[in-house]
Design a binder for this molecule. Structure first.
Ligand code: GLU
Length: 374
């Protein structure tokens, strides 16, 4: 069996794309694209979280109108600049004949169950087809209540959705430093952080760059979020030669934050922390594959919806064995109504029966937590 290459999520901020100036610098972008192309050639799946829309929009419109700092103004700039940003990425990725897909997200989309499943399915399908998802916050609809607010935290949420092995936060510093470089002389690089706590935050100043929204504080928040869900996080310099290639090869560059838990364990804890909203009964064969190899629950192995209360796609349900004992909990890709229609069918018959399909699985193996000891 060939070893599965890690899924790598790369986040690049406005200052790394503009070198602190007013426009997107394609010579900087092309270097990132070249490295992603090489990683893909090595078999990695790569997602790119990119800022730069607002900066690009400001550059296009700045000379023509006076701008205030209101949210609608920023949203206008993002709407103008997102096109410019994507066009630049598309032109550069096309040099290596790599297709890209634009994915614009808000926190509300990710935190809401159906949105979570839809995003996850879309991202995995893009990756399965060799496409690089290019992700940014959907600034047009983002208000304070629903926005992530900075792309460092957005990248951590995306890493969680796709169960990324590695999240690389590219920035204009070598990594986390022992002091604020604007105030102290020659602060040292901290190569490894095993636990992010108040003392880690104390190392940094207020620290946001002039154009982006992040700085080191949001990078630490993102690192905290991602390491808690099983992803290794590295903060490294965007301008270091071949930084992504070297990191993927396991070289010690920048600051590495070690995950507290495995991806699988974190997923399991999350699933077990919630109350199931219904249950489905599976047959003996499906129960055996589930327990022995953590297999997905397919329609063919499902006997019926066992609970009386209806549930929606994205609900957490219990999976019952033929003796009606709970075996596992998992997030369903289909509502109870849909499961009633497709129970017992081969997955290839889903579209014919429903007129559409959310995929082969009723519960995907990544979204299942076994209740029995493994
Ligand atoms: N979504 C914003 C943009 O594209 C960037 C947010 C951030 O830099 O964190 O300009």
């Amino acid at each position: 069996m060939t070893e599965k290459k890690p899924i790598i999520t790369v986040k690049v901020g406005t200052s790394s794309l503009t070198a602190g100036e007013q426009t997107l610098k394609r010579h900087l972008m092309v270097d990132i694209v070249r490295q992603i192309a090489q990683l893909k050639q090595q078999g990695h799946s790569v997602l790119l979280i990119t800022s730069g829309a607002i900066a690009a929009g400001r550059h296009i419109i700045n000379n023509k109108v006076r701008l205030n700092r209101s949210l609608p103004t920023k949203q206008m700039l993002a709407a103008i600049g997102q096109l410019e940003l994507m066009q630049a990425w598309r032109d550069l990725f096309s040099i290596w004949e790599i297709a890209i897909g634009q994915v614009l997200l808000t926190r509300a989309d990710i935190c809401q169950r159906q949105g979570y499943l839809n995003i996850r399915d879309t991202l995995h399908t893009l990756l399965a087809h060799g496409v690089v998802p290019i992700i940014n916050e959907n600034d047009t609809v983002a208000t304070d209540e629903i926005k992530v607010g900075d792309n460092d935290n957005l990248a951590a949420l995306v890493a969680n959705v796709v169960c990324a092995d590695l999240l690389v936060l590219l920035t204009d510093q070598e990594g986390l430093l022992s002091g604020d470089p604007r105030k102290e002389q020659a602060p040292q690089l901290i190569p490894l952080v095993e636990c992010i706590d108040a003392s880690t935050y104390a190392l940094i100043g207020a620290g946001a760059g002039t154009q982006g929204t992040g700085g080191m504080a949001t990078k630490l928040q993102a690192a905290q979020l991602a390491t808690h869900s099983g992803t290794t996080v590295i903060i490294a310099s965007a301008s270091r030669k071949d930084v992504l290639i070297q990191l993927a090869a396991g070289e010690k560059i920048g600051t590495t934050f070690i995950p507290k838990i495995t991806l699988r364990e974190s997923r399991k804890r999350w699933l077990l922390s919630e109350k199931p909203q219904g249950s489905i009964a599976i047959d003996a064969g499906a129960a055996m594959s589930l327990v022995r190899s953590g297999a997905s629950v397919l329609p063919a192995g499902v006997k019926k919806v066992a609970s009386h209360k209806a549930f929606e796609r994205g609900a957490l349900v219990e999976v019952l064995d033929p003796e009606a004992s709970p075996l596992a909990v998992g997030l369903v890709n289909y509502s109870s109504k849909e499961i009633e229609l497709i129970a017992g069918l081969h997955s290839s018959a889903i579209t014919e029966r429903l007129g559409y399909s959310y995929g082969h699985e009723i519960i995907h193996r990544d979204n299942i937590a076994l209740l029995t000891k493994q």
